[in-house]
Write a protein that binds this ligand. Sequence first.
Ligand code: PLP
Length: 376
Amino acid sequence: MIYLDNAATTPLDNEVYETMCSVMKNHYGNPSSVHAAGRNSRVLIEDSRSLIAGLLDVKPSELFFTSCATEAITTAIHGVVKSLGIRKIITTAVEHHAVIHAVEDVLKSIPARVSFVRIDKDANLDVQQLEELLEEEKEKTLVVIMHANNETGSIFPVERISKLCKEYHAVFMSDMVQSMGKYENKLSQHGPDITCCSAHKFHGPKGIGFLYLNENIRIAPLISGGGQERNMRSGTENIYGIAGMAKAFEVAYRDMEKNREHITNLKSYFVEQLKQYFPELVFNASCDTKGLYNIINVSVPDVYNNKLLLQKLDMEHIAVSGGSACSSGVVSVSHVLKALNANADIPALRFSLSKYNSVEELDKTIGVLKKILLKK
Ligand code: PLP
């Protein structure tokens, strides 16, 4: 299998696997229990929290472990809007569905207004329009703008947005799921007030993530119960997941430069090959030249044999995604490509790379693509 779908999820890193196996064997106590077995688990959780906080340059008390980024996003959007009296939400049309649906849901009970910041076809955000929207708004505002887009890999200027939000006293939440573990993301300096993470996007386990909430922001929890995670997220902690996520962070930061160089080289090579053999492919959001270093999103016009591409690639043991959101096995038109006005009605392919990919795999993929796309 050639796995080129790393923006969807990544294979587990071996060191993470070893760590989790050891934790599963040795840390069985409930972290809320007062006895030694419980304390053993508690120490592991707090050490994991401190490790991640140190890498992101935030306080450990600002991190709350959740089951995934979707939970963190939902907690944040519902919590901020309801607890802080938000009456205006400024966002974009290219956010992940976790954000889009949380915003839609919260608006069912809170009479807030929503504005969408313009984005051009190369996925540049109109920062000037954002400033105008913030300037004219008199009510308490929440800005929700992602860092890196999961479909096209385009990157929005989080530091600039963060400074603007501070200037206009708006709360800023940024979904940094796709950039965590790939960039240093120091949050205390010009970072967003709120962000989220899912460990499975950078070779950590599935089913664990966190919510980062700047200490100045106090919101009501989404899940109440036993009061774990300082009342922000009740439920017995996923100790194996937490330790696995901390290890995934450690490995990602330790090897960041090496991996970044490797993946960037792979991306350039693959883009070159695609351009050479399939000159009519359209690179969406200029993802051949900028954006995340692991994502390439191309639309495949019908000068090529562009029917059932994902299925044909799958039959050749190559895993990629469509450029569109695909949930429960149903591929629908991409809201991201639609918002960019970029070929949303023709099939798109998203290739997303990781440290485990190689030039040989990309060569084989090009060979298979020749077989599929050029067969008329
Ligand atoms: N945000 C972005 C940008 C993502 O890519 C994803 C996952 O694809 C999510 C949020 C949601 O992550 P999870 O499904 O792990 O909760």
